[in-house]
Design a protein. Structure first.
Length: 469
């Protein structure tokens, strides 16, 4: 059977539906031919080997399903249905022919796919796709002249937050959710042979919270009083749980982790309640996702977002995920590492780095000076008396730096980075890395469409212009 060099079968070899002719210029056909499936399968097929009692799913299908979900924001159930119903999508996922008799996999397996395709693996797959795309690309840098030490090329860097799908973390609401969780844990730990169940006052506590949440004007005094009530209810429940555990009761790992998060949340809220403050280190903003942290951004309308923070770099239009963390960090500290990774890929440092002012600290300026890299932006401190700034160069640098903002905008609007729907720590990392991978696939697809449009334009007959008009 003839195959493309990337391991994808040709459309002619694909068993097409009866009475339907699939087109070669379809977006899924073109996208399938741009991914080096064969190289990816050879390297990572062992991740999806057969498990006891289950039929193994190929990596081609797992990765294709994750790409489809990231590009369109489908749920797990909808992703499986789209693969079952669409022959083009089946071709993209490596099917030998059209088959709509059953679902390709149980929708719950999407969680398994996301756990197996980790942040590091998706980063390597992204590099494979970029390497395959750059082989047929005419290499050119924005600045043809070589810098100091043979440096060339431009790297654009910036950071953003990928907000998770959680409600705004209000103290009373968090404590109410934690209290309800402890009530369920206490119900699970209680044995009727022990006698009467410990009192939790759950009806009264729920009534108090509803009375507070439905009030239109929540003054500081009213908020402080509502938080204090929920803290006392929660403390009582935690004490009852400790008594049950002392009797030898055990919890599942998931419930034990949830209980540990609730204990930390109670300690933080108790500290803020006693000291009448609103800040605490590593503040928990979600009971179900205690690893999320508030990320202060200072943007209009969204001064604080709750999710993971990430750095990306853009080189010649190709995007890479450089740093990922659930904790807030200063992105300026990652600049030397990003420049070193650029040197490992290209064999030399970039001639210039376009970045925000936050990256222009003394350490980064010294690093760039030692390696012959020009870091965009003004010098630190007050302008010198006889200093003459090249305002034209500053303006051009700022215009070119906007490219990274375009990448962020497209990733958040079209690739799922704007609102992360997954819940686990590893699946959130997968969603962020997959959005960057899909972002690059969109760039490849746009380039192919431009070439196709140009070829079509050249093949059209040209009308002869009259000699005299």
């Amino acid at each position: 059977m003839y195959k493309y060099s990337n391991g994808q079968i040709s459309l002619a070899d694909f068993r097409q539906p009866v009475g339907m002719h699939l087109k070669e210029d379809n977006r899924w056909v073109k996208k399938a031919q741009t991914i080096p499936w064969l190289e990816i399968e050879k390297r990572y097929a062992a991740l999806f080997t057969n498990r006891k009692g289950n039929v193994a799913k190929p990596l081609h299908l797992a990765l294709g399903a994750c790409i489809i979900q990231a590009e369109y924001g489908y749920s797990d159930e909808e992703t499986a249905l789209q693969i079952q119903e669409n022959p083009y999508v089946q071709y993209f996922c490596g099917y030998p022919g059209y088959d709509d008799s059953r679902l390709p996999f149980d929708p719950s397996l999407m969680v398994y796919f996301r756990k197996r395709l980790t942040l590091e693996i998706l980063g390597e797959i992204n590099e494979m796709i970029l390497s395959a795309a750059r082989k047929g690309e005419h290499r050119h840098d924005d600045d043809d002249d070589r810098g100091n030490g043979g440096n060339s090329g431009t790297m654009i860097v910036d950071a953003t937050c990928a907000p998770s799908n959680i409600r705004y973390p209000q103290d009373a609401s968090l404590l109410n959710e934690a209290r309800e969780n402890t009530e369920k844990i206490l119900d699970e730990l209680h044995d009727p042979a022990d006698g009467r169940k410990p009192r939790t006052y759950r009806t009264q506590a729920h009534r108090n919270y509803l009375q507070f949440s439905r009030s239109r004007k929540k003054t500081a005094k009213k908020i402080h009083k509502a938080v204090g009530k929920q803290l006392r209810y929660l403390a009582r429940n935690l004490a009852a749980i400790d008594e049950k555990i002392a009797l030898g009761r055990t919890l599942s790992r998931r419930k034990a982790d949830r209980l540990a998060a609730i204990r930390t949340l109670y300690a933080q809220q108790k500290y803020m309640y006693d000291h009448r403050c609103h800040t605490v280190p590593d503040r928990i903003v979600s009971v179900s996702q205690p690893f999320l942290r508030p990320i202060v951004r200072g943007k209009a309308g969204k001064p604080v977002e709750f999710g993971a923070k990430l750095d990306i770099s853009v080189v010649n239009g190709w995007t890479r995920l450089e740093c990922f963390s659930f904790d807030a960090y200063n992105e300026a500290g990652n600049l030397p590492a990003m420049a070193e990774r650029f040197r490992e890929r290209e064999g030399h440092y970039p001639n210039r780095i376009l970045a925000d002012k936050i990256y222009r600290n003394r350490e980064n300026l010294q690093f760039c000076k030692e390696h012959g890299i020009r870091l965009s932006g003004p010098a630190l401190g007050r302008p010198k008396k006889d200093e003459v700034r090249n305002k034209t160069q500053d303006f051009l640098d700022e215009c070119e730096r906007v490219e990274v903002e375009r990448r962020f905008s497209l990733a958040k609007r079209k690739c799922g980075l704007g609102l992360i729907m997954t819940k686990l720590r590893e699946t959130i990392a997968h969603s962020v890395a997959m959005s960057i991978l899909v972002l690059n696939l969109k760039k490849i697809q746009c380039a192919l469409l431009r070439l196709l449009a140009l070829f079509t334009l050249l093949m059209l007959p040209q009308e002869k212009q009259p000699l005299f008009s």
